[in-house]
Design a protein around this ligand. Sequence first.
Ligand code: ATP
Ligand code: MG
Length: 200
Amino acid sequence: MHIKTLVLENFKSFGRKTRLPFYEDFTTVSGPNGSGKSNIIDAVLFCLGLARTRGIRAQKLTDLIYNPSHDDGQDPSGTREASVEVVLANADETLTRAEVESAAGTDDVGDIEEITIKRRVKQTDDNYYSYYYLNGRSVNLSDIQDLLAQAGITPEGYNVVMQGDVTGIISMTAGERREIIDEIAGVAAFDAKKEDAFEE
Ligand code: ATP
Ligand code: MG
């Protein structure tokens, strides 16, 4: 499974609807400083509900909405909204039909060769709202997180490696690095279960 397409609408510096294709094996994004490369990663974190622990670069959710006077520090008023859509290529059925149906709360999820996760954030004058969708069905954050966890994508995981993480990993002790490898390999969950069993 891999990200096939990312669709940004009014998200951070992407004031126009932008569709970015991702390749199966490797995709790089290049551009001048401040052109929005890191904003693309923020979009993935935001949409997949991975933001809290992975350090999305925003003070508050509504800072993610495109703001034409962002660099002047002025906050626009009125109703505004941003959305990000991540299209996952699931032809290999990393996520099974049963798993997708269960997360969407319906057996009418359509084609599962592609899984579309969408998140919207909307700001009104006195409040803000956040919505998640799975193949067009309205769902909760926990539905998205539970589904993605079945494909090994978790907020604590290393599917997204941030700049600081790299220096963090370099300065770790061998034991700490081993813990990360165990986590990636899926061994850590078994270690935790083993420990629980010994305690009983
Ligand atoms: P670098 O090469 O320096 O890492 P980058 O390509 O990663 O740069 P980003 O950090 O993704 O750049 O983008 C920064 C730009 O995004 C800044 O110009 C900032 O003004 C703009 N930006 C951030 N949030 C918003 C927003 N809500 N509305 C409009 N522009 C925004
Ligand atoms: Mg950057």
